[in-house]
Write a protein that binds this ligand. Structure first.
Ligand SMILES: Cc1cc2nc3c(=O)[nH]c(=O)nc-3n(C[C@H](O)[C@H](O)[C@H](O)COP(=O)(O)OP(=O)(O)OC[C@H]3O[C@@H](n4cnc5c(N)ncnc54)[C@H](O)[C@@H]3O)c2cc1C
Length: 483
């Protein structure tokens, strides 16, 4: 068996693993070995549907040392007037570049694609079966814990009866392959059933409409309604200061004044932070999916919405759901958008001491929502500065895991931990400076660069600070009972 030595063994070459490694090698002289069972860097983006894009601006996604995208705003389409959203192809090319032009040339990163980890210290090459033992001098980094479930590799939880045509969204742009085939083998569908209520389903419905399917040819199965983040509040540029930082101040004010979780979400909607597609229904889901108002308006043109719970079975021309059956055109194409980008996983401390051995472990999770790239880079900064954070407790004190909200009631708890982290970072001069210089911290830079003579913007900052204090005071009232 081969053996190799390294300081850090990073499991997963997705956004989290690469953002962590990029900052770690920039802040220390550590050697890092990265292992991934996929053949290319970029994690789940390698298998994403062809029309996927980021849902938040490219400006603060990726690794710290290399900008993603051109820094331009879109001039047309559903994101017009807002900063560009990298496509899946762009993200994959970007991460390839990060690996080939930044990480590997450092001479301190080893990359092992097509290798599956077995336990904490061995990996197996998927193509040769050869096993390698890794002698880890410092820590094993689990950079796969936040990985999403995606349509291409997900198995639906409902039955697919003989003759039903069920595809992931990945297959849609390839429907033209049916041209020239005998029509009984692969008829072009004229009706589309989008199954799922999350961002993938929204992307799919928008793609179908944009590619020419009439709204009347789309049935949307939505077991739940979602609250959505208004993308204008995520723009990390000075011309959006009032929407972005003013929006943060408004959100803090909502947290400060809310009398219940339901009241909180209505206040967040009233101040323009959140949107919903069907304003006659109260959403029960909030996964921080981010959309533009133009996307919401287009999705509101879909009127064949099935709200009968989750799908139990699909069959040609028919669908069985928890609360009833639905008849459909016999050639309807079912599109499975039920993979969850945010699988519920137990929250763990990010920094962990080795159980009974010398090896410590880092389990990458969010320290700020919903920012996996910023979070992984911030964790790497803390790990690299042993002088300031000498032990696991000191490290976790500035990197508390922000739990991803899986219900509306979870959101105040996530906000409480996020604000606690933010408060600690504010007290830590060196860490605060690193964040201000980091391209991944879009808002920090926006807030720190305000001219003292700019009274309008200074007033927003003052309102933000006052509202944050009020939010902290009111959060205990909004926190769901533990458990
Ligand atoms: C459609 C979509 C759009 C998104 N848009 C945004 C956005 O705009 N902004 C934003 O901040 N976030 C966005 N996110 C969320 C977030 O950026 C991504 O989910 C993030 O890329 C997750 O990266 P990851 O590295 O944690 O996981 P992954 O990309 O899943 O990477 C983990 C890697 O670990 C590997 N792995 C797992 N187990 C093993 C093992 N045992 N051995 C070897 N390898 C292993 C996997 O093969 C995988 O490549 C989006 C997510 C989705 C799904």
């Amino acid at each position: 068996m081969k053996t190799l030595d390294t300081d850090y063994l990073v499991i997963g070459a997705g956004t989290a693993g690469l953002a962590f490694t990029d900052t770690l090698i920039g802040q220390s002289d550590a050697h890092v070995t990265i292992v991934d069972r996929r053949g290319k860097p970029g994690g789940h983006w390698n298998d994403a549907y062809p029309f996927v894009t980021l849902h938040q601006p490219s400006a603060f996604y990726g690794v710290n040392s290399l900008a993603l995208g051109s820094g331009l705003k879109d001039s047309h389409g559903l994101n017009a007037g807002l900063y560009e959203l990298a496509t899946g192809a762009e993200i994959n090319a970007y991460f390839d570049r990060v690996m080939q032009h930044t990480l590997l040339p450092s001479g301190r990163v080893a990359w092992h694609p097509m290798c599956n980890m077995i336990g904490d210290q061995h990996f197996e090459c998927l193509l040769s079966g050869e096993r390698t033992r890794v002698n880890v001098r410092r820590k094993v980094v689990d950079a796969a814990y936040m990985g999403p479930s995606i349509p291409a590799t997900h198995r639906p939880r409902f039955q697919v009866e003989a003759g039903a045509r069920l595809v992931p969204p990945n297959a849609l742009p390839g429907l033209w392959h049916s041209l020239g085939q005998p029509s009984e083998q692969a008829p072009l569908p004229r009706h589309f059933v989008v199954i799922g209520a999350g961002k993938t389903a929204m992307d799919t419905a928008l793609w179908l409409l944009g590619a020419g399917a009439p709204a009347s040819a789309i049935t949307w199965v939505k077991p739940r309604e979602a609250w959505l983040v208004n993308r204008i509040t995520t723009q990390p540029a000075p011309e959006f200061f009032f929407e972005a930082i003013g929006g943060q101040a408004d959100q803090m004010a909502a947290f400060g004044a809310a009398t219940s979780v339901d009241d909180l979400f209505l206040r967040l909607e009233a101040c323009g932070a959140l949107l919903r597609i069907d304003t006659s229904r109260t959403p029960t889901m909030f996964h921080l999916a981010t959309v533009s108002t133009a996307e919401v308006a287009l999705l509101q043109t879909l009127h064949q919405v099935v709200r009968l719970g989750h799908v139990r079975a699909v069959a040609p021309g028919q669908m069985r759901l928890e609360q009833g059956d639905v008849s459909l055109p016999p050639d309807a194409l079912f599109i499975d958008c039920t993979a969850s980008a945010v699988e519920p996983r137990p929250v763990q401390p990010i920094f962990q001491d080795g159980a009974g051995g010398p090896l410590g472990k880092i389990v990458l999770q969010m320290v700020r929502l919903p920012q996996p790239a910023f979070s992984a880079a911030a964790v790497a900064y803390v790990e690299a500065h042993e002088d300031a954070y000498p032990d696991t407790a000191a490290k976790n004190a500035v990197c508390a895991t922000v739990p991803f909200p899986h219900s509306l009631a979870d959101y105040p708890r996530a906000m409480a931990v996020g604000m606690q982290n933010q408060f600690r970072w504010g007290q830590d001069k060196a860490l605060r400076q690193w964040m201000r210089d980091s391209r991944l911290d879009g808002f920090g830079r926006l807030m720190s660069g305000i001219d003292p003579a700019d009274t309008a913007r200074q007033a927003v900052l003052a309102r933000y600070k006052a509202s944050a204090m009020a939010a902290m005071a009111n959060l205990p009232r909004l926190l769901a009972p533990a458990g």
